[in-house]
Design a protein around this ligand. Structure first.
Ligand code: KIV
Length: 285
């Protein structure tokens, strides 16, 4: 029997019961693949900017980009919870803007939850979204939308003080009502402490093995972005090499006149062909 589509409360209820597998996806085929692989959550991450749009970071990703790509993923995903990432400046300027933009992901794009980066400062935004009926996934630690302030893609929570601050941020977001929380790029000990202290599932990325779940970027898992490989990534397949070789074989066959061959060629019915060739003019078609 087909499984019913997972909801934010299902994901929250998994805490302490089973580990959660989260994948990113950005369009219809990647959504289909992530869902077929059995992901609990498919996140349309703003990593879109880096792995699909060729941007150096996530700061240039817009609401229009995210809505467009979330729509495609939502059409594909039938079992996992679809979460849309709120891009830079789509929620930071005011609570009203945050709720309105989060609502677009649900109403226009077909997501069933949103994710936002940031700590206690955004607890009021989370509360307002929840009041509007929009489940929110939090995201603390390395928050790529803050790289200008952080000075780059740097691990967080490395000093005792910074680690304590992360625990406080996590508690504030859990208390505000987030249904889960991404912990990015922090020591495993800090992620373990947060996981033990809050009642919602933590989803780690570069945060060690003690989180309630893990998330990785689709293209990193499958080796689709050569050259971009953070240390915490495990590449489970190398699709770049066979993909490039397949495309190169096509280019070579076109140039050699070997494609299309007879198998890919449509021919006319012989009688129609004879008539066609016998015609001396084409005006009476
Ligand atoms: O944008 C993204 O893909 C993310 C995940 C890596 C958590 O935020």
């Amino acid at each position: 029997m087909p499984q019913k589509q997972r909801t934010a409360p299902d994901i929250q209820a998994a805490k302490g019961q089973r580990k959660l597998a989260v994948l990113t996806a950005y369009d219809y085929p990647t959504g289909l693949l992530a869902d077929a692989a059995g992901a609990d959550v498919v996140l349309v991450g703003d990593s879109l900017g880096m792995v699909c749009l060729g941007l150096p970071d996530t700061l240039g990703v817009t609401m229009a980009d995210m809505i467009h790509h979330t729509k495609a993923v939502a059409r594909a995903v039938k079992s996992a919870l679809v979460v849309a990432d709120m891009p830079f400046m789509s929620y930071q300027t005011s609570i009203e803007t945050a709720v309105a933009n989060a609502g677009r992901f649900i109403q226009e794009a077909g997501a069933r939850a949103v994710k936002l980066e940031g700590g206690a400062d955004f607890a009021p935004h989370v509360r307002a979204m929840l009041a509007a009926g929009i489940p929110v996934m939090g995201h603390i630690g390395l928050t790529p939308q803050q790289i200008a302030r952080l000075g780059g893609f740097k691990a967080q929570g490395k000093t005792a003080r910074a680690a304590r601050k992360l625990v406080q941020e996590a508690k504030a977001l859990a208390e505000a009502g987030c249904f889960s929380l991404v912990l990015e790029a922090m020591p495993a000990e800090v992620a373990a402490r947060i996981t033990a202290e809050i009642e919602i599932p933590t989803i780690g990325i570069g945060a060690g093995p003690h989180c309630d779940g893990q998330v990785l970027v689709f293209h990193d898992i499958l080796g689709l972005c050569p050259g971009l490989k953070p240390g915490f990534v495990k590449q489970y397949a190398d699709l770049w090499t066979p993909a490039r070789d397949g495309l190169a074989a096509y280019c070579a066959e076109v140039r050699a006149g070997a494609f299309p061959a007879e198998a890919q060629t449509r021919r006319m019915d012989p009688q129609e062909l004879a008539e066609f060739l016998a015609a001396s003019e084409y005006g009476d078609a």
